[in-house]
Design a protein around this ligand. Structure first.
Ligand code: ZN
Length: 160
């Protein structure tokens, strides 16, 4: 079966930075399952997968804007250090959950700590970076009518 819009695709993938450091991989874990053509995957990867089939492998380098976006310095904010008084393991690189004014939760990274302030950065950790991605196509199947209606893949028949 050939990957095209409306097919559910399972891939194994490894994301690396340009130096080859592995940032995320599905190796040793479940493959990533998504509905092709509905934006459920890194934007730059989707066109490359079109026309591939089970067993195909490829590797490509994505520009930041095709991957996790360009770096937005406005998303890095200095917060008074006192706001972190109850966090014992405060250190550079720590990932925290933050709540915005409209109640949405998102992840931030601690990027700088001074005596008075802590800089938290809401950019994706891979924002502004080229991403090297290795892909193995594990499975391709037609989506069910329900999946097409929802606009995402269901795993083991479960919506989540
Ligand atoms: Zn669903």
């Amino acid at each position: 079966m050939i990957i095209e819009k409306g097919f559910v695709v399972a891939i194994d993938y490894t994301l690396k930075d340009e130096k080859g450091n592995v940032w995320e991989t599905s190796e040793g874990d479940e493959p990533w399952i998504y509905l092709h053509g509905f934006g459920g995957i890194i934007p730059g990867l989707e066109p490359e997968l079109t026309g591939k089939q089970q067993g195909d492998t490829f590797s490509m380098t994505l520009q930041p804007e095709q991957a996790y976006g360009v770096y937005d310095k406005d998303l890095a904010n200095k917060v008074p250090r006192s706001a972190f008084a109850d966090i014992d393991n405060l250190e550079q690189g720590l990932r925290l959950s933050a709540q915005t004014d409209d109640g949405e939760t998102h992840s931030v990274t601690v990027t700088e700590i001074t005596d008075d302030t802590v800089t938290v950065d809401a950019n994706h950790p891979m924002a502004g970076q080229k991403v090297v991605v290795d892909v193995i196509v594990k499975e391709v199947r037609p989506a069910t009518p329900e999946e097409l209606e929802h606009g995402h893949a269901h795993v083991d028949g479960q919506c989540h």
